[in-house]
Design a binder for this molecule. Structure first.
Ligand code: COA
Length: 312
């Protein structure tokens, strides 16, 4: 076996649903403004028990069940997160412990909102290399810990959640080549500065313009995979803002693809947004096992990464 594929998918959405009207009680905004500028109608905000490790483990258990695997078959756990509650320790080992992946290695990967795509690519290449057979990739985020609830330009966007998949060895190769890159010269455009200001800060318009400029990059992901945009069954861009999601899908000419619009219900969950978006299309029956689906993450860094995968 020299290929790699996604064996299963699982997600965790926090119980608490927060509406735009609730946010409008805290800051000077409105449901109409938020919907028209971002597409967001509601978002999920975690409670104290719904930690990055707890949400990640819950999603991971569902992914294992969907893959028909037990935790002892996992060789490695990669936690894609940029909202770990502390710098030390990482979340990956805690998730591995919680799910009972007793013999697995575990580490964190911070690729910002592109973290899931980076982790899938890393896992797939490790599997193809033969060193591991099954890797649990878990994207888990609690952006609410880093949200300035007095900043109306960011608190309307940010949310919590988790999504996981198992990348496993396969006779067929179902994870296409990753296309990635960065503009680290503009790392301050999205940041948690630290020190006295440990909250999420963003130059929204700059991020918006940068994201829209990535249309040729998204097209390149299709080219590298040998799949024409009109052959895609689904497209799951990072769920940052519905206008960005739609501009990327329309921009590449993905005319037949179901477009993930999970941001409307779930807000921006950073690295978790791609597995959550993929799950929303699968659950709605808009894509099926084996369908070609384009994943594309972009955000803090600035960095991006994407690939075409066959749906798990
Ligand atoms: N409600 C009402 N007004 C708001 C507001 C809110 N929630 N947030 C900002 N505004 C105001 C601003 O204060 C500004 O007012 P002014 O003209 O009087 O100064 C006006 O709206 C325009 O602000 P601007 O920042 O230009 O708005 P925008 O149309 O760019 O929308 C974002 C702001 C954040 C929604 C938008 O830039 C965006 O979505 N950017 C991308 C963010 C993203 O995807 N980040 C994640 C990347 S991983």
């Amino acid at each position: 076996m020299t290929g790699a594929r996604l064996l299963g998918l699982g997600v965790y959405r926090p119980a608490r649903l927060v509406t735009n009207d609730e946010i409008a009680q805290q800051v000077d905004t409105s449901d109409a403004w938020i919907r028209s500028r971002t597409g967001i109608a509601t978002r999920r905000i975690a409670d104290a028990e719904e930690t990055t490790a707890a949400m990640g483990a819950a999603a991971a258990e569902k992914a294992l069940a969907a893959a028909g695997l037990t935790a002892d078959s996992i060789d490695l756990v990669i936690a894609a997160t940029c909202t770990s509650p502390s710098q030390i320790p990482g979340v990956g080992p805690q998730i591995a412990y919680r799910v009972g992946a007793a013999r697995a290695g575990a580490f964190d990967l911070n690729g910002g909102c592109a973290g899931f795509s980076y982790a899938v690519s890393t896992a797939a290449d490790m599997v193809r290399g033969g060193g591991v057979r099954q890797v649990l990739v878990v994207a888990t985020e609690r952006l609410s810990d880093y949200t300035d609830w007095a900043d109306r330009s960011t608190c309307i966007l940010l949310a919590d959640g988790a999504g996981a998949t198992v990348v496993g060895a396969s006779d067929t190769d179902e994870i296409g080549p990753a296309v990635w890159g960065h503009d680290g010269s503009r790392h301050e455009v999205i940041q948690v500065p630290g020190g006295d200001d440990n909250l999420f800060r963003m130059a929204g318009q700059s991020v918006f313009r940068w994201a829209i400029s990535l249309v040729p990059t998204v097209r390149q992901i299709c080219e590298r995979a040998g799949v024409a945009p009109e052959q895609l069954a689904g497209i799951v861009p990072h769920q940052a803002n519905l206008r960005i999601v739609e501009a990327l899908a329309t921009g590449i000419g993905a005319t037949n693809a179901a477009v993930a619009r999970d941001v409307v219900d779930s807000g921006n969950t950073s690295a978790a947004s791609i597995p959550l978006g993929l799950a929303s299309l699968l659950d709605a029956g808009r894509i099926r096992r084996g369908d070609p689906v384009l994943l594309f993450g972009f955000g803090a860094g600035l960095t991006y990464c994407g690939q075409v995968v066959r749906c798990p």
